[in-house]
Design a protein. Structure first.
Length: 176
């Protein structure tokens, strides 16, 4: 689906479907609430369960969703990913992709895995499994570090490719 930009200057293409955008911002909210509510057990657990449910639905959507949401769209060779990340780090625009970038794919997949680990160990902590407390903290810390990498990557890609990726994740549209 292509539509003219609000300013009528360039065409845009619909990349991020409503599910992907809702998932993204609801997960941001859930993780933020969980992170900030560590001392309020019910709120913290509720946010964690919400994050877990979101991750499960995103996993399913990765197989049945729209083109750019499907995991099959995420397949990049390690060499392609390394080249992309190196170009981005030296602020050089390589081949532009409409969907997830090669570097972004790995960060996002790792983030989902570590968030799922955080949720799983959180459930065990909530069930009073003392051994899971340290693992819950480790998974959460790694997930938080990956969130930071994601934000830096989005910022770099927005700058290097001169596109507003945050706006795209709100509207669903990117420049063609």
């Amino acid at each position: 689906m292509i539509r003219p930009d609000r300013k009528g200057i360039q065409d845009q293409v619909y990349v991020w479907d409503a599910f992907v955008r809702s998932f993204h911002w609801t997960l941001v909210l859930s993780v933020t609430v969980a992170f900030l509510s560590d001392k309020w057990t019910l709120l913290h657990a509720g946010a964690g369960y919400a994050a877990g449910a979101l991750i499960v639905t995103r996993f399913i959507w990765g197989f049945i969703g729209s083109r750019y949401a499907r995991f099959s769209e995420f397949l990049y060779a390690p060499a392609t990913t390394l080249r992309y990340v190196c170009d981005l780090l030296i602020l050089r625009a390589g081949e532009r992709r409409l969907g997830h970038s090669p570097g972004g794919v790995y960060v996002i997949m790792l983030l989902l895995v570590f968030l799922a680990g955080t949720v799983a160990t959180g459930v065990l902590v909530y069930d009073e499994e003392k051994w899971a407390e340290d693992w819950h903290r480790v998974f959460a810390d790694i997930a938080l570090a990956l969130v930071c990498v994601h934000v830096v990557g989005v910022s770099l890609r927005s700058f290097v490719y001169r596109e507003n990726l945050v706006r795209a994740m709100i509207t669903g549209y990117k420049r063609k």
